[in-house]
Ligand binder design. Structure first.
Ligand SMILES: NC(=O)C1=CN([C@@H]2O[C@H](COP(=O)(O)OP(=O)(O)OC[C@H]3O[C@@H](n4cnc5c(N)ncnc54)[C@H](O)[C@@H]3O)[C@@H](O)[C@H]2O)C=CC1
Ligand SMILES: O=C(O)CCC(=O)N[C@@H](CCC(=O)O)C(=O)O
Length: 481
């Protein structure tokens, strides 16, 4: 029986980018079976050999850096300057994961008087990875590299919007000599993801995507405490701007614009809510508006390069327009409207809306919309910042270090920044959130933790056994000594 086709298209032109077959449930089962068959030999290889494969993968990505960046730009619409950065992040992940593996999950032995204590780590076995579209190479790679390094084999289902990027990454692994079966790609959307997540022979699932899908997966895994489930989900991220000196206003506005509109607002770490002191910060708004008006929105390979491209699809643009309209209808005031110059294309302008007196649903608006919220004092600002079921990233822009001390202590989020954008997190630090942003299995530097489990041992080279207190002859033995 022929399989349904999966086609990815360039959001900025509508042109076809990649075409292939969508995996059926049987294909998913075969992929898991192949990964299972390959796992013991991969784990048995010395760590040095697994590291060499990873380093060859890094070289293969270096050789194809531009191809990879082009493919990501074509499938997502992200500007070429940005996707070259994503290709670099893919390469950088290898060294960072090797350091993290040693530091977080390395082996240790300690000799005592009566026995040796050892701590070693073992891979879980076969791990499934479900990837998002917005960083289709870097984020799944952030699970795959540490997973393979720890000795797992992996089955990766990329986003249905970015199959070509996953296929190209696989070519890099093949060029690196990763043994057959160690990384299986299954292409498809929700149904393929469900089949993979529900397969009885995976040992765990590493997910990056929306909170809605993450909740569905948590329900699917509810009765499987034996399987590892790492959920990296979205946010409704706050950025407080407070007590900024006159001279710093323009710089503050640049931080706000970058936080809100980088990647056309399609980063989980983008600021969604800008919280300011009632009336006082109108100058900031003036600068934010001025910079936002100056941002180039364009196709990925345009010259000069755009600041941001389209959102990923017409469907995504429709959803955002609807969410925006709902805010307007519920009382929000437009400061910069959300515009879509061509109704058949998903290019959106950066939008700012005063939502202070609106009914604001605590949902992630995954696009270039920044909601302004005015409050009376800093207590109210922090309360508003924490007024969300999510807790991924949060930022404070202020010249006052004491305010930052308070903010850092009182805010609930996994990424908390001061006078830096809310996005652009480092892979050399843990990356994850609280609330509906994750399930306490931070990724990036801490990905090593969910890719292996600890085994603690008490050991002796020779057999030494004795029953002491409680054995009838113990007293006599003691007396004889
Ligand atoms: N916390 C983090 O590290 C990050 C979170 N994200 C979040 O990801 C979202 C954007 O990515 P999307 O691709 O739109 O997310 P999504 O949740 O729609 O899809 C993610 C993956 O799950 C699959 N999937 C969808 N429904 C499924 C189901 N019922 N069962 C199994 N698999 C299913 C998709 O095919 C895709 O591979 C945003 O919410 C963003 O905040 C994105 C990047 C980083
Ligand atoms: O996973 C890592 O290595 C670091 C985290 C990271 O790259 N975060 C990015 C965006 C991820 C996203 O929003 O999709 C960032 O903080 O900008």
């Amino acid at each position: 029986m022929s399989r349904p086709e999966l086609i990815s298209t360039d959001p900025s032109t509508g042109e076809e980018v990649w075409r292939g077959a969508e995996a059926s449930a049987e294909d998913v089962a075969k992929a898991v079976e192949a990964a299972r068959a390959a796992q013991p030999a991969w784990e048995a290889r010395p760590l040095s050999e697994r590291r060499e494969v990873l380093q060859r993968f890094q070289n293969a990505v270096r050789d194809r850096r531009e191809d990879l960046a082009r493919m990501i730009s074509r499938e997502t619409g992200k500007p070429f300057w940005e996707t070259q950065g994503e290709a670099d992040a893919v390469m950088a992940k290898v060294d960072i994961s090797m350091t993290a593996y040693q530091e977080r999950t390395g082996n240790r032995e300690k000799d005592g008087e009566h026995f040796r204590q050892a701590l070693r780590h073992r891979p879980h076995g076969v791990l499934a990875v479900l990837g998002p579209y917005n960083f289709p190479a870097h984020l799944p790679n952030g699970h795959i590299v540490p997973g393979l390094l720890a000795g797992n084999t992996m089955v990766f289902k990329p986003s249905e919007l970015t199959p070509g990027t996953a296929a190209l990454m696989k070519e890099c692994w093949d060029a690196a000599g990763l043994p057959d079966g160690c990384l299986q790609i299954v292409q498809g959307g929700g149904p393929a993801g469900k089949a993979l997540a529900g397969h009885s022979d995976i040992n765990g699932l590493l997910f990056t995507g929306s909170a809605g899908t993450g909740h569905a997966l948590a329900r699917q895994f509810a009765d499987r405490p034996d399987k590892i489930l790492a959920l990296e989900m979205g946010g409704n991220n706050p950025l407080i701007c407070w007590d900024v000196r006159e001279n710093d206003l323009e710089a503050a506005a640049a931080l706000i614009v970058q936080s809100a509109f980088l990647s056309a607002g399609q980063r989980c770490t983008n600021a969604r809510r800008l919280i300011v002191r009632d009336k006082v910060h109108d100058e900031i708004l003036h600068y934010v508006n001025e910079i936002a008006a100056d941002l180039i929105v364009g196709a990925p390979f345009d010259e000069p390069q755009p600041f941001m491209g389209p959102v990923v699809s017409n469907r995504a643009a429709d959803v955002l327009q609807e969410q925006y309209l709902n805010l307007v209808m519920s009382g929000a005031k437009q400061i910069r409207p959300l515009e879509r110059p061509d109704a058949d294309k998903p290019f959106l302008s950066p939008a700012i809306i005063d939502a202070t007196n609106a009914d604001r649903p605590d949902e992630e608006m995954f696009g270039p919309v920044l909601q302004l919220i005015r409050v009376a004092d800093f207590d109210a600002a922090v309360r508003e910042a924490n007024n969300t079921r999510f807790g991924l990233s949060a930022g404070l822009i202020s010249d006052d270090p004491e305010l930052y001390e308070r903010f850092r202590r009182e805010i609930r989020a996994g990424i908390v920044n001061w006078n830096r954008p809310t996005n652009g997190a480092s892979s050399a630090a843990p990356f994850g959130g609280v609330g509906d942003s994750g399930n306490h299995r931070a990724s990036a530097y801490y990905a090593a933790d969910y890719c292996a489990y600890p085994v603690a041992s008490l050991e002796h080279d020779r057999i030494r056994g004795e029953i002491g207190v409680g054995r009838a002859s113990y007293g006599e033995k003691k007396a004889a000594e």
